[in-house]
Ligand binder design. Sequence first.
Ligand code: NAG
Ligand code: NAG
Ligand code: NAG
Length: 407
Amino acid sequence: MHTSTWTSLLFLGLANLVPEASARPSSCPPPLKPGKALYMISNGARNSVIALPINSNGLLGQGTSTPTDGWGSNFVTITNNKKEAAGPDALASQAALTISGNYLFAVNPGSNTVTMFSIDPKNPLKLTMLGQPVPVLGDFPNTVAASAKNNIVCVGSSGAKSGIACAPFSARGIGKMDQLRPVGLKQTTPPVGPTLTVSQVFFSGDEETLFTTVKGDPTTNVTGTLGVFPVDQPCDTRDAATVSTDGKLTKVDGTVVLFGSSTIQNSTDIFVTDPAFGAAVLSVDAESGAASIKGKATIEGQKATCWVAISPDTNTAFVTDVSSNRIVEVSTTDASIKSVTDLSANGDPGLIDLRAAGSFIYALSPGNGTTLPAVTVMDARSKKQVQHFQIKGLGASKSTQGAAVLL
Ligand SMILES: *[C@@H]1O[C@H](CO)[C@@H](O)[C@H](O)[C@H]1NC(C)=O
Ligand SMILES: *[C@@H]1O[C@H](CO)[C@@H](O)[C@H](O)[C@H]1NC(C)=O
Ligand SMILES: *[C@@H]1O[C@H](CO)[C@@H](O)[C@H](O)[C@H]1NC(C)=O
């Protein structure tokens, strides 16, 4: 490059970049690669997957909606003998959909099935259904987990027939679900909640264990339950791995309404939310199924802390509350509270499912029927809102639930 070119570039204002670039100390880690797209389920009468593209700057763009060929549903609340369909938080769950590799799995709570799609890696908004929606054996499926290592998908159901069923999957679709693993619930369809329902199913970091969190009920002194089901590897490697039907259901002392959870990288501990007090780090022995509170975050002024995502950038947990529009950051080692970000200026009533990708947090507010559904994008380092993206159309409503990110 000629000197004159440099000179003209400098005059064009490039020189201004120099002090800014050196403002970041060289000890700071470089920003992580952002995700490619954010997905949720509309959970309307006709269920669909809503996909929003994530731009290279981490911000969301206009999306698409793809039918799941299934139906949504809502759990019911009973107040003064009056039944009402729940929403926001129509499903009382975390992970109503999940991603494994380039596959996406979404529950259909109103038609008791799960739908599998392949994601076009060149166009993450393009979803192709693989096979047909598969019956999950239970009623009101509200959470799903998938293991890429074992090619297994597991679905938690919270209705009259409740429990967890698993099936193998391949590029052709989902195979037959095996059987319902009971989780100690006696419910109706749709369930009366939010207590005494399945909160989430998820695999351990090494994908050798399937966990489930089940809500207790403070009015009857029922504590939260953690289900621990080992993945059985076959002796012959040509056979498929299966999730054991012989799991352990552990009452976790000190928890009440165990809700959305996350594995913690390089640790066998798990991070759980509990709307009775906030959040906790549990130490878990996958062999025996024993679990106990290692650190507890009592979140001041919280109403329903139910969802969590751990940022790969900060290695801290971010939790949301459906009745309070803020994001609380919690340590994944001792559950100490690191920061509280008040988002009330954007007008949303509260937040539910969220995911962390790159240096950003994507948190869903389904609105409340008058406030539009929206996703708040927050910078995980600065804890500042960088975008408030309202979802117009696409079947989004106060029943919308779930969050998954394609990395
Ligand atoms: C729950 O436990 C408390 C404290 O042990 C007790 O006072 C209360 O009666 C119990 N409630 C029910 C419904 O069992
Ligand atoms: C986990 O361990 C790997 C390998 O030792 C390391 O590169 C990574 O930074 C660790 N992650 C965390 C969150 O500690
Ligand atoms: C919806 O949420 C907004 C913002 O919090 C609030 O002003 C409004 O009263 C709520 N509407 C309903 C129907 O709850």
